[in-house]
Design a protein around this ligand. Structure first.
Ligand SMILES: C[S@@+](CC[C@H](N)C(=O)[O-])C[C@H]1O[C@@H](n2cnc3c(N)ncnc32)[C@H](O)[C@@H]1O
Length: 345
């Protein structure tokens, strides 16, 4: 058993089973606090690590967003969970063609992991980033924000529909390990569904969406969320753990595998709209990147360095093909209601 598993087992012995959300939150804090999980030698690879084109196109999207808010001489350029800083580094390099944008950007990174902060510091030293542990610490002002594969790591509560109705799934103890159990209480607020259905609700994701919606509606700007998930709220058990690029049992080795759930984009959009923002999308990642010109960018990169053509073509395919990241991954913008945003109209 890992240290975290011992701690969680002790907590359950003393206080009873914990919610799936509490289990996920403890596992995520431990997991990201102790390693850089990205890359071929890590547990998984994200879009900015697949190809520089991803960050470059998001950088150009931010330039268009900055122009849409009137090209202010100072604005907040923010990222949630920036990983190795690769996305933002590529974005700012692509944005150098508009020096006023780079000069006006004040870079703010929301990151809890000290190891990942170090990585980001190395990648973005030229841009003097400011770090925050919580989104609420980002200073006031018009803001453009990016979050790639951030919402999927936020804890979800799971509910199971049985003979009594909806009951919350908790994590308890069984023999030497953890096991799912059902809480006694019946929840009347979820819509009817066939027996055996699982429904996921992420209070943390809704709180971020509410904060972002309020912020851009009141102070101008837009947030671009990219993640895997579903466009219409539906039942389904999407909780998964990944370790060494393979699926791992979700209740084994908490804190040693990446634990995620698919993002309910409809619920996120609803929370942001209720907070006063206008929501654009979700649009499939492949369609979004093609609308931003990824094919032209790939051709230019291949022409400039023919020896890298196969790598560029593989990156293009992985980011856009429907059987790769092109359709499971989706893009949602939360924006000030007056803004027109590229690739999402
Ligand atoms: C899946 S990685 C994505 C990294 C990056 N966006 C990318 O696309 O390569 C998740 C990132 O979010 C950070 N993170 C996870 N939970 C967080 C939280 N609650 N608050 C702030 N950062 C968090 C992790 O340390 C990591 O940098």
């Amino acid at each position: 058993m890992t240290d975290l598993a011992h701690m969680l087992a002790q907590r359950i012995r003393e206080h009873g089973p914990i919610s799936v959300a509490d289990y996920m939150a403890a596992a995520a804090a431990h997991y990201y606090g102790r390693r850089d999980p990205l890359g071929v030698r890590g547990d998984f690879v994200t879009a900015p690590e697949v190809s520089q084109m991803f960050g470059e196109l998001l950088g150009l999207w931010c330039v268009a967003g900055w122009q849409a808010i009137g090209a202010p001489s100072r604005f907040i350029l923010a990222e949630l969970g920036p990983g190795r800083g690769t996305l933002m580094r590529d974005a700012l390099r692509a944005a150098r063609s508009v020096p006023q944008f780079v000069g006006a950007a004040e870079l703010h990174l929301v990151e809890t992991s000290p190891i990942m902060r170090q990585r980001q510091g190395a990648a973005l030293a030229d841009h003097r980033p400011h770090w925050h542990g919580r989104i609420e610490e980002i200073p006031e002002g018009p803001m453009l924000l990016i979050a790639n594969e951030f919402f999927d790591a936020l804890p979800v509560r799971q509910f199971v529909c049985g003979v009594k109705g909806w009951q919350e799934r908790h994590v308890g103890l069984h023999d030497e390990g953890f096991a799912f159990v059902l809480d006694e209480a019946v929840c009347a607020w979820l819509p009817a569904a066939p027996q055996g259905s699982v429904r996921e609700v992420s209070p943390a994701a809704l709180a971020y969406a509410d904060w972002l919606g309020r912020r851009v509606a009141q102070q101008d700007g837009a947030a671009l969320l990219i993640d895997y998930g579903y466009s219409t709220s539906a039942c389904g058990d999407t909780l998964q753990a990944v370790r060494g690029h393979r699926r791992h049992p979700v209740l084994c080795d908490p804190g040693e595998a990446d634990l995620t759930a698919h993002v309910d984009f409809a619920a996120v959009a609803d929370a942001a709209s209720k907070a006063g923002a206008r929501v654009h999308g979700p649009l499939a990642q492949g369609a979004f990147l093609r609308a931003l010109g990824i094919e032209v960018r790939a051709e230019r990169l291949m022409a400039a360095a023919p020896s890298l053509s196969a790598t560029v073509a593989a990156g293009l395919r992985r980011l856009t093909a429907a059987d790769a990241m092109g359709s499971l991954f989706k893009v949602l913008a939360i924006a000030h209601p007056r803004l027109l945003l590229p690739a999402l109209q």
